[in-house]
Design a protein around this ligand. Sequence first.
Ligand code: ADP
Length: 261
Amino acid sequence: EKENREQQRLQSRLCRIKHKIIVLSGKGGVGKSMVAVNLAISLARSGKRVGVLDVDIHGPSIPTMLGLENEKLHGDGNDLLPISYGNLMVMSIGFVLNNHDEALIWRGPRKIAAIKQFLADVAWGDLDCLVVDSPPGTGDEVLSVCQLIDNLDGAILVTTPQKIAAIDVRKTVTFCRRLQVPILGVVENMNGFVCPKCGEITSILPEGEGRKIAQDMEIPFLGSIPIDPDIAWAGDRGSPFLEQFADSRTAEIMNRVVAPL
Ligand code: ADP
């Protein structure tokens, strides 16, 4: 009974959102949240009404990346109201899990229940586009997110260029196909290093696996983003890279990667 009501609440919210994109990765730490934030910024810049939803229950990093760690949540009855960042609407499960340092040690079903209630509670209103930063991997948590937010327009898969990470992309592709979530493409992050002095991009690690796997599995390859100290800096300072370093060469590359979306 309660579950049905929750599902209905969620449906009535989701039907007011025109497009829903989820950002997935086989592993943590590959730049999934970085891609989600900058994609949302780029979409919002084109005048669309955009929301970014962080459901990465074990490592919600969107509040830090947007400098919103200390924001207080506002509710209205059962509704959770998103926080504004410029013209971007932001909601993170990190706002709800109030103690930053306390590791989440809930068992599976409790986590899934928390995700479910969280999704049903956020009052987005009308949006053109919602960008979802999912938990990493292909476990129960991301499965629930993909099943609860049905009618996803598609998924963006983020990987690093090494074989070790790219193997997990295959799993993520299989996961999407099984759930019938269309794959919008693969982004290979941390391919090459941008010299902070001269701006030249040097290759430092084995690379190219992301592109190879995209070809093998017949999914679009959206492009590669280099390791750029300014990306890490922007993430830590809470000012999105595409805003802070809009004129840099890496920003140009990033804009090209997200342009088809
Ligand atoms: P995930 O969401 O996959 O766990 P994040 O997006 O949180 O990964 O990225 C992990 C860390 O690496 C963050 O501090 C982020 O700012 C940094 N980072 C991500 N991509 C790059 C990059 N291309 N160059 C430099 N730092 C990056």
